[in-house]
Design a protein around this ligand. Structure first.
Ligand code: NAD
Length: 268
């Protein structure tokens, strides 16, 4: 490989990259899992739209990608707002001409309490972001994927999609809905080469992960409470997103992909 001042440029054109020229949208790309995934997708040659409510963090992700010679733009978008979602897809098409991959990753977990304790406002807000957000973004992205001859959608689910725990009623219900919606979308578009899978991160040290730990009676025990014995890093999740974004991911749809330190396979 060439070295020198154009090394990054040559690296971008390297034929061994997994996602050359593939257009990927990442929601919640300002931090955590979304940022790590945006960086990993760009490192494989994808042209990335980083999207978030948080402009500062999102622009920082774009700068990190640009610094490494990758291609990215930032589009501010509240996924819970239909017009924002429409604009996110439109801006991506305006910039890159197509949409191949949508990573529906934006989410919130306000540790809202049981159904007795949660405010109606929090209940609705959690569903608006975690569920409506996927509905809106997918609704506008899928017609573009059809034009491109196919696509890949990755929805960030959670262990909460498969099990419960105390004090997190709206979040757990919303992530159950994320998994169900993943299955239903997979069935609707399987014949059109649009594959829809779920990423299932276990406890990952991000904003959401740290807030979750802080709310546990024994944070240290909770962090070590899976078979691997530690919380994960966003960088350990990103390679799975890269896999699910590829055209080569051609025979999986409607499936959960666990990256959870063994959490869902048993107890520690
Ligand atoms: P994070 O807080 O670092 O990232 C979430 C991002 O989503 C933030 O940048 C935030 O600004 C953005 N966001 C929030 N509401 C938004 C909205 N309405 N529109 C657009 N962007 C919005 O946390 P994270 O852990 O990286 O979270 C990413 C996803 O992973 C979430 O869906 C979360 O539920 C899921 N998840 C996280 C864990 C964990 O332990 N960290 C475990 C399972 C699932």
């Amino acid at each position: 490989m060439a070295v020198g001042k154009n090394a990054h440029h040559h690296y971008q054109k390297d034929f061994s990259m997994k996602l050359p020229g593939r257009t990927c949208i990442v929601t919640g790309g300002a931090s955590g899992i979304g940022r790590a995934a945006a960086l990993a997708l760009a490192a494989e040659g994808a042209q990335v739209t980083v999207s978030d409510l948080n402009r500062r963090g999102g622009e920082e992700t774009v700068a990190m990608i640009a610094e490494k010679g990758g291609t990215a733009i930032f589009v501010e978008c509240n996924v819970a707002v239909e017009d924002d979602a429409r604009q996110l897809i439109q801006s991506t098409v305006d910039e890159y001409g197509k949409v191949d991959v949508l990573f529906n990753n934006a989410g919130i977990n306000p540790m809202e309490g049981s159904v007795v304790d949660v405010s109606l406002e929090d209940w609705r807000r959690v569903f608006a972001v975690n569920v409506d957000g996927i509905f809106f973004c997918s609704r506008f992205a899928i017609p573009e994927m059809r034009k491109a001859g196919g696509g890949r959608i990755i929805n960030t689910a959670s262990p909460a999609s498969f099990k419960g725990w105390p004090g997190n009623s709206a979040y757990i219900a919303s992530k159950g809905a994320v998994m169900s919606l993943t299955r239903s979308m997979a069935m609707d578009f399987a014949k059109e080469n649009i594959h829809v899978n779920a990423l299932v991160p276990g406890l990952i040290l991000t904003g959401i992960g740290r807030d979750f730990l802080a709310a546990q009676p024994d944070s240290e025990a909770a962090a070590a409470g899976n078979p691997v014995g530690r919380a994960g890093d966003p960088g350990e999740v990103a390679p799975v997103v890269v896999y699910l974004a590829q055209e080569d991911c051609s025979f999986s749809t409607g499936a959960p992909f666990y990256v959870d330190g063994g959490e869902l396979s048993g107890s520690a």
